[in-house]
Design a protein around this ligand. Structure first.
Ligand code: MN
Ligand code: MN
Length: 456
């Protein structure tokens, strides 16, 4: 067989670090790390996106206004999700190119009645949010992030414990010397949900009852003017403290808390911010609650997003059903990258790999594709065709071996609107752990993929 014929017959792809200038990749990721350090919760991610969008000329969407090609609008849903749109020159009815990512990440939510003292320490009780391996959250510095709404409506944003001059927080673990009973337990039960209690203080005040608890409350009152009752209405969580870090001698990767899924949101918004007058209307939706099933008024199953798109159509007298039929969507979410240390869990031939570009997942789901949206072959070919044309590194990837489990994404919620949707995202190692790992070249590939998709 001739070399030429062999080349034609076999499929091969360039690694992501060979599809772009190394300096461009590393520069882009400096911006990404700043975003990650500023946005550890969905509220913080939305505030970041809103601030940058306003600086880039985006205005709050007004359903009574008529917008023209090139106009940039945003809509914020209860401070926990945001929609950004750049109006295209084509009629809205011809559809939009929509990228949906989620900006919530697995974490430890603080319970509504959190504060107690025991054994000489004060603690916050937690209720974990999303799929976490509980043992990973002990014996490491944690930060406290969230929002306290006082009964008079005053809103206080808290982000405490990330800076080296602030006290961080901590969940203890049992020393191995006396952990025989614990170590004999399966990994999933050795640390319990009720055992994930966050240490918040240790020095008592001069009261007889609950002196450490009262000392913590006095500190909180001094810092934020809040009381134990305000904690009841608050939305607080414990997240890993510290900043995103370069990994490797070559600094080719980034370990950070919450790559899933802000690693798809950031490149997508950067791509959208560069649109001036696109042919088709381009939309980014950064949703909340994906990690707990996309329920709730800020999750992707909320009518908030459909309502926004309906309003967009109404402004142009466009038929909403036609708009949905003609729209295409990338459900931008992370995929699992092959991990040779746990090779048994993967189908190495159908896994995504670090440094091979964005991972396209035709179908997710588990136990025989159950619960998957399964993108059409037509959309798969259209999207990969565009990525090839623009020299964007991409690969396909399943989560792992067929019988090992699986996952879901917002693609199922998007499909409910009769919008053609496909999963495209950045492959990760250690997904859902306190510090997830991703390749810089793949993050940059996600940005290029978003640009390519908006131009489709
Ligand atoms: Mn995700
Ligand atoms: Mn996830």
């Amino acid at each position: 067989m001739t070399e030429e014929m062999k080349k034609k017959l076999l499929y091969s792809a360039k690694p992501s670090y060979e599809t772009a200038d190394r300096a461009d990749i590393y520069d882009f990721c400096e911006g990404y790390k700043c975003f990650m350090d500023a946005a550890k919760t969905e509220r913080e991610a939305v505030a970041f996106a809103k601030t940058v969008a306003e600086a880039k000329g985006f205005a709050l969407f007004d359903r009574k206004k008529t917008y023209k090609a090139g106009d940039k609008v945003y809509y914020v849903n209860r401070d926990k999700s945001i929609v950004l749109a750049v109006i295209g020159s084509e009629a809205i009815e011809k559809g939009a190119n929509i990228i949906v990512a989620h900006v919530d990440s697995p974490r430890l939510d603080i319970k509504q009645r959190p504060l107690y003292e025991d054994g000489g320490l004060a603690y916050f009780k937690t209720h974990y949010y999303g799929g976490v391996k509980k043992y990973q959250w002990t014996a490491m510095p944690l930060a406290l992030h969230g929002t306290v709404i006082k009964s008079d409506g005053t809103k206080i944003n808290i982000a405490l414990g990330d800076d080296r001059d602030e006290g961080a927080f901590y969940i203890s673990d049992l020393m191995p010397h006396i952990a025989k009973d614990q170590i004999d337990k399966p990994l999933g039960t050795a640390i319990t949900g009720e055992g994930l209690n966050v240490i918040v203080g240790s020095i008592p005040c001069d009261e007889e009852n609950n002196p450490i608890k009262l000392a913590v409350l006095a500190d909180l009152y001094e810092k934020y003017g809040i009381t134990e009752k305000d904690l009841i209405t608050a939305e607080l969580c414990a997240v890993p403290a510290d900043k995103a870090r370069d990994i490797g001698l070559d600094k080719s990767m980034i370990a950070a808390y919450g790559h899933d899924d802000r690693i798809c949101a950031y490149p997508s918004m950067c791509a959208l911010f560069e649109e001036t007058v696109p042919k088709r209307t381009c939309v980014c939706i950064f949703a909340d609650k994906e990690e707990v099933g996309s329920y709730g008024v800020t999750g992707m199953s909320s009518a908030a997003y459909k309502n926004f798109l309906t309003d967009l159509c109404a402004m142009d007298n466009a038929n909403f059903n036609a708009f949905c039929e003609n729209s295409i969507c990338i459900s931008a979410d992370v995929g699992g990258a092959y991990d040779s240390c746990y090779g048994d869990a993967y189908d190495a031939k159908n896994s995504a790999y670090i440094n091979k570009g964005v991972v396209i997942t035709k179908y997710a789901g588990s136990r025989g594709k159950s619960g998957t949206s399964d993108a059409t072959a037509e959309l798969l070919a259209r999207v990969t065709g565009a990525l090839d044309k623009d020299g964007v590194a991409w690969q396909t990837g399943e989560y792992g071996k067929v019988d090992q489990g699986g996952a879901g994404t917002v693609s199922t919620e998007v499909a409910l609107l009769n919008i053609d949707v496909i999963d495209v995202g950045v492959p990760l190692l250690s997904m859902h752990s306190p510090f997830e790992l991703a390749s810089k070249a793949d993050i940059y590939a996600m940005y290029k993929a978003a640009k390519s998709f908006f131009a489709l």
